[in-house]
Design a protein around this ligand. Structure first.
Ligand SMILES: [Zn+2]
Ligand SMILES: [Zn+2]
Length: 560
């Protein structure tokens, strides 16, 4: 039975380049999951897009004396180039700047307004007397009342992750000029979040398959009691509010960003030439997975489900595999302090698969994890090159030279060969189960263990020693390892798509890995092998010192 799998991935703010934390947190796990389900023959729709709106972009535009649109366009283009190079296989990567997105956002807004889940209220908003303007949350800075972090923003504390209201901040100041803001009356729309308390509580109780960190964060909000939240801002940049008197206000960026999952699905459907094809991913038995970092859990397990409940007739999230954070060389990643490794910069100098391998093997699934160049080099050289790449290259080259460029006929398989082939089947089954449950780290470990097993077998059999004296034995062991490689190119495909396609080609198969599906292919004796090349490149020890000193040296960040 084919399943419909919807995959929504956090919308990156188009106010600065992507870094490895973004990749490990959301984009890579989402892509692995999408590729896996495509291999399984399921229908996958994976969408996201640049978040063009919000104060981070207007602040950056003000700093650089340009327009928010220029900033957004620049980074949108860079994001697309990065996805292409890293192999992040979106079905659609759009932006929140489209006419379609505005329409869908207005439809959701007006439906919720009509059902009285949204209401108007006058509130006190921060106003800077120096800058003579209202200050949206991100323009405000102060001390977090929960953890004491002195650079908390008006909407959230980056240190403890709690969502905040500007009035919660102590020692509040304007981020543009440091003046102390006054509070003035301004009318805004509010989402009646409190009215979803019971329904959300019932629903979250049923989500026993969610990760523990996602559940505990969600329960913290529910246990504290949900408060209504303002969903418009005093800004001129963003999706306009479709109500008179709100011409200088915009819909809060987080509200329209989560609606983006729906608007992107509708845009994708239009591009398919079937305006209704999005429905199969949002109704009935379809499952929706949302890949995000842990700082976005609230918006995906509380806000977005509440909006969907209010809107009606669309699927709530099935799972929200929120990842923890990636640290860099043992230190907290920070765009404002320029402590990050930028994705575009990595991809200019290295291949995509080693990064995909490293970040999966160290994925921050249940706790924070660290990226260091030393560990990156070790995993690349000892695991990708020495274990997997070398296995493939040794055997393919040997068969190419000694068995007439073809898969040899193994004759009858002995016990150790049978047992290794059986191990390949078991690994395929185990990785299948782990990937289905979004346990990527465990899945890639199981895959690499099979490559290790195959290496041990190959060293024991040493077909290069028996090729003259016992060519039959030599053929049998070469055939067995080539069969394991046939399994490995499929098992590794979701993680390492570029090298899997190469291996598929060298082994003499036609088409591509996805067309073959998840099932391990038979490897017919006599199949012609194509001239093999190494799958991975060994890296020089020197890169560790060079790359470590490079961190923080690029002036490309200025993240807000
Ligand atoms: Zn805090
Ligand atoms: Zn100011």
């Amino acid at each position: 039975m084919n399943e419909h799998i919807f995959i929504g991935v956090a919308w990156p703010y188009a106010n600065g380049p992507l870094h490895l934390g973004h990749v490990a947190g959301a984009y890579l796990p989402a892509d692995i999951f999408a590729r896996y389900h495509r291999l399984k023959g399921n229908n996958v729709l994976m969408v996201s897009g640049s978040d063009q709106h919000g104060a981070p972009i207007t602040i950056r535009a003000e700093q650089e004396s340009t327009t928010p649109q220029n900033i957004a366009d620049k980074y949108h283009q860079q994001f697309i180039e990065c996805w292409e190079k890293l192999g992040i296989s979106f079905d659609l990567f759009t932006t929140t700047g489209t006419e379609n997105h505005t329409q869908v956002t207005h439809d959701v807004f007006l439906t919720l307004l009509d059902k009285e889940y949204i209401y108007k209220e006058k509130t006190l908003q921060a106003y800077c007397p120096e800058c003579q303007r209202f200050l949206p949350d991100r323009y405000l800075e102060g001390t977090c009342p929960y953890c004491g972090f002195t650079e908390a923003r008006g909407d959230q504390c980056d240190d403890c992750g709690k969502p905040l209201n500007p009035s919660d901040l102590k020692n509040i100041r304007c981020r543009l000029c440091s003046a102390t803001p006054q509070f003035k009356s301004s009318e805004h729309f509010f989402l009646r979040l409190s009215s979803f308390q019971d329904e959300l509580t019932r629903w979250v109780k049923e989500q026993t398959h969610w990760r523990r960190n996602v559940l505990s964060t969600t329960w913290k909000f529910l246990d504290e009691g949900l408060r209504d939240r303002s969903i418009t801002r005093d800004l001129d940049w963003g999706v306009f509010v479709p109500q008179p008197g709100f011409e200088h206000k915009r819909i809060y960026v987080w509200i329209e960003a989560v609606i983006g999952y729906l608007s992107a699905s509708k845009e994708w459907a239009k591009l398919q030439g079937d305006d209704t094809s999005w429905q199969a991913f949002w109704e009935n038995g379809a499952k929706g997975f949302y890949f995000i970092g842990k700082d976005n859990i609230f918006f995906h397990t509380i806000i977005w489900p509440a909006m969907l409940m209010g809107y009606g007739n669309l699927n709530l999230p099935y799972d929200v595999p929120g990842n923890e954070f990636l640290t860099i060389e043992g230190k907290k990643l920070s765009t404002s302090r320029n402590w990050a490794i930028w994705l575009y910069d990595y991809l200019e100098r290295y291949d995509p698969d080693p990064l995909r391998y490293f970040l999966t093997a160290n994925m921050p699934e249940t706790g924070d994890s660290d990226f260091s160049w030393h560990e990156f080099l070790r995993r690349n050289n000892n695991e990708l090159v020495a274990t997997y790449g070398n296995l493939a290259h040794r055997v393919l080259t040997f068969a190419y030279r000694n068995f007439n460029r073809a898969v040899p006929d193994p004759g009858e398989l002995d016990e150790s060969s049978q047992s290794l082939l059986n191990e390949a089947k078991l690994t395929s089954g185990a990785v299948d189960k782990l990937l289905y449950r979004c346990e990527f780290k465990g899945a890639i470990k199981a895959a690499m263990s099979l490559a290790q097993e195959a290496n041990r077998y190959l060293d024991e059999q040493a077909p290069w020693k028996t090729i003259k004296s016992e060519p039959g034995n030599s053929a049998k062991s070469v055939y067995t390892v080539l069969s394991v490689l046939t399994a490995l190119k499929t098992i590794f495909y979701a993680f390492l798509p570029f090298s899997s396609e190469k291996l598929h080609y060298f082994l003499g198969f036609d088409g591509n890995v996805v067309e073959q599906g998840w099932t391990i292919q038979d490897l017919p004796p006599g199949q012609k092998i194509r001239q093999p090349q190494p799958l991975f490149v060994k890296l020089d020890e020197d890169i560790v010192a060079d790359e470590t000193s490079r961190i923080g040296s690029l002036k490309e960040s200025k993240g807000i």
